[in-house]
Design a protein around this ligand. Structure first.
Ligand SMILES: Nc1ncnc2c1ncn2[C@@H]1O[C@H](COP(=O)(O)OP(=O)(O)O)[C@@H](O)[C@H]1O
Ligand SMILES: [Mg+2]
Length: 234
């Protein structure tokens, strides 16, 4: 489903280039639930931005469902992103002047779905994430966990192929953090959507069937790829 090969990303810093991703190759199948851990600055967000079509690699290839997404023209890219990818962030990024259902309906309105239909689907998705009674609330009237539920509903409402979550529990206390993780587990199971969660929390990572560790721009370990067995003299 997602196929990244030999992805590098360098940034110009003053007169020099800093290579932040140093050759990432990664295949993730439909419906997988994957965590990405790694120290601060190891390149997690840079990688997520590339997977989410918010940024382009310096070199390498990237296909989604066989489609070479790096070949898309800039004006086609936002449509591709809107159709294929849902985002969840640590700080929620809800629009403060819009109530919950309007925030959730936004991705549908962007792609031209009529308002009535967008509202119907937004309300249904808010019910799924446990916010049936909060659909008219403004973000400021919701708790952190509830705001993240709205953001998750917004990420899922357009039936994306992939949900990318960058430290989605980073701003939440342990109890609420687990509730949000439970919601990801349920949505992954019920909707079959591929979810990739960047996290610092080992408890969150441990609940993902596949766990990837980044170190200084490289994949250090990937639980889907067993480490080579050391040669043992017998
Ligand atoms: N646009 C940019 N220009 C220059 N350096 C960047 C840019 N984006 C990220 N970096 C650098 O890349 C490194 C990795 O950043 P990031 O992917 O955000 O790490 P992580 O999410 O793992 O903490 C950091 O050292 C950061 O300063
Ligand atoms: Mg980051």
């Amino acid at each position: 489903m997602l196929d990244l090969r030999d992805i590098t990303r360098s940034f110009a810093v003053g007169p020099s280039q800093m290579q932040i991703l140093k050759g990432i190759s990664l295949r993730i199948g439909e419906g997988e639930l994957v965590s990405v851990m790694g120290g601060s600055g190891s390149g997690k967000t840079t990688l997520m931005n590339i997977i989410g079509l918010l940024d382009r690699p310096s070199t390498g290839t990237y296909t989604i469902r066989g489609e070479d997404v790096l070949k898309a023209k800039p004006d086609a890219l936002s449509g591709l992103r809107n159709r294929l990818i849902g985002f969840v962030f640590q700080s929620f990024f809800l629009l403060p002047r819009m109530n919950a259902w309007r925030n959730v309906a936004l991705p549908l309105l962007y792609r031209g779905v009529a308002e009535g239909e967008a509202k119907r689907r937004a309300l249904a998705m808010l019910e799924r994430v446990g916010l049936k009674e909060r659909t008219e609330h403004m973000p400021a009237q919701l708790s952190g966990g509830q705001r993240q539920r709205v953001a998750i509903a917004r990420a899922l409402v357009g039936e994306p192929a992939v949900v990318l979550a960058d430290e989605p529990t980073g701003a939440l206390d342990p109890k609420v953090s687990q509730e949000i993780m439970d919601l990801f587990l349920t949505m992954n199971r019920e909707l079959g959507v591929l979810i990739l969660i960047i996290t610092h929390d080992p408890k969150v990572a441990a609940q993902c069937p596949r766990r990837i560790m980044l170190d200084a721009g490289r994949i250090a370990t990937d639980s889907a790829i067993p480490a080579p067995r050391p040669l043992v003299a017998v």
